[in-house]
Design a protein around this ligand. Structure first.
Ligand code: ZN
Length: 416
């Protein structure tokens, strides 16, 4: 086959080509590097990857095909953001002042602010406005190198708005942009109007909303905020078991503020991922490792929440947990740039720069059910990020270095 496009001139190409999926332990440091590499693309897929010196002998460009030189750069698989709340209305910059003065996320939420402020704004926003606001963020995420992402509903907390959010997510997935995996998070919190009727809301999720989400294939995963004052482990179990019974995958916002059984529940259910895990103790973490449940760490969130805690990333890698990464983009931690997440994975969660790259590519892709993403291998979609740095290590090492030199979605520069 002939190539449509040849990318060349790189100091190195990170392929993530070899090794188990997901990667754990020492395998998280093996990047499948090719020194002075090149990548050939045909019909949106990777056709060939190898040393640039062999490109001429291995690939021919079709008539009208193009070559692009990136002297001194590094090519990586497109970054995969495994946890976002992309679709919401409004913003909460005024909360930063409260946080600076020592008010916690949970205290802000308990007084009707935070999450509940976003719920109010989201319920009253029009579908067109929700779509436009999310699209604007999505474009910026892609400019920062995200080529696949998970997107949750969860700021509706009533069926009418949750459906609207899932429809916006579906629409965003059909514009020829990044690959989007939708998740239903009706269990983000108990809605204020159900403050004294938790059981009633949980039953509505289980008997009405979830079956409808599954029937209409509005989401691939069901997620729940398993936390003291939100959904208990036993309530989360009922919801997620129902989702599994309906053929959906499950995820858990687990042990973010208190250790309340989220990690252990994720292991018990063989969840598709357990996310946050800031307070997950050694027993919960080891249960995840044994069950083969990936941990999606969101290292910007404690930073943006002014928390003194750091995600136990180093511990998890050493304990054999498959670590993945996400932005947790939301009005609480408004981060669109995965390179910033990589930096926090290193400086906050204490992964090595190599482990952080593995986490944000092949492992994140696994955590959101995209086995053909996160690697540069012939036959797979050509989702590629070119960073303007001389080595793979420098991607996470340099803070706020600037957006990638180029991003390719299935071999094309973003046109949406
Ligand atoms: Zn979240």
């Amino acid at each position: 086959m002939k190539a449509d496009l040849l990318l060349t001139g790189f100091e190195e190409v990170v392929t993530m080509a070899d090794g188990p999926i997901p990667r754990t332990g020492p395998a998280m440091s093996e990047l499948g590097r090719i020194d002075r590499g090149a990548i050939a693309i045909a019909q949106g897929k990777v056709l060939w990857v190898g040393p640039a010196a062999r490109a001429r002998a291995s690939v021919t460009l079709r008539h009208g095909g193009a070559t692009r030189h990136f002297p001194g750069g590094v090519a990586l698989p497109g970054l995969v953001d495994a946890h976002t709340h992309l679709v919401f209305a409004g913003s909460r910059e005024r909360e930063v002042e409260q946080k600076v003065r020592g008010v916690s996320y949970l205290e802000i939420a308990r007084s009707g602010g935070g999450l509940f402020q976003t719920v109010r704004a989201t319920r009253t926003a029009s579908p067109a406005s929700l779509y436009e606001q999310a699209l604007d963020r999505l474009r910026r995420m892609v400019r920062w190198g995200t080529t696949s992402l998970e997107v949750k509903s969860g700021y509706g907390l009533n069926w009418k708005t949750e459906q609207r959010l899932l429809n916006v997510i579906r629409r965003l997935g059909r514009i020829g942009g990044p690959t989007i995996v939708p998740t239903f998070l009706g269990g983000h919190a108990y809605p204020p109007e159900y403050a004294d009727r938790h059981e009633e809301y949980l039953r509505e999720l289980i008997t009405t909303q979830l079956p409808e989400v599954a029937r209409r294939r509005l989401a691939r995963y069901c997620d729940v905020f398993c936390e003291k004052g939100f959904f208990s482990a036993s309530e989360s179990r009922r919801l997620l078991r129902t989702a599994q019974g309906l053929g959906m995958g499950v995820k858990i916002h687990a042990d973010e503020f208190t250790e309340c059984g989220g990690a252990r529940l994720a292991a018990e259910l063989r969840a598709d991922s357990a996310d946050h895990l800031l307070e997950a103790g050694v027993e919960g973490r080891k249960a995840l490792a044994r069950a083969g449940v990936p941990a999606v760490l969101l290292p910007v969130t404690p930073f943006a929440s002014l928390s003194a805690r750091r995600p136990p990333g180093r511990e998890m890698v050493d304990e054999g947990v498959a670590v993945a990464l996400g932005t947790d983009l939301s009005p609480n931690s408004w981060v669109e740039a995965m390179p910033l997440v990589l930096a926090h994975a290193v400086y906050g969660a204490r992964l090595t720069p190599q482990e952080a790259l593995t986490a944000a590519t092949v492992n994140s892709a696994h955590a959101i059910g995209l086995p053909d993403r996160g690697r540069l291998v012939p036959g797979l979609p050509a989702d590629i990020v070119v960073m303007d740095v001389p080595s793979a290590e420098q991607v996470a090492y340099r803070l706020g270095h600037g957006p990638p030199a180029a991003v390719y979605l299935s071999g094309q520069e973003p046109g949406f």
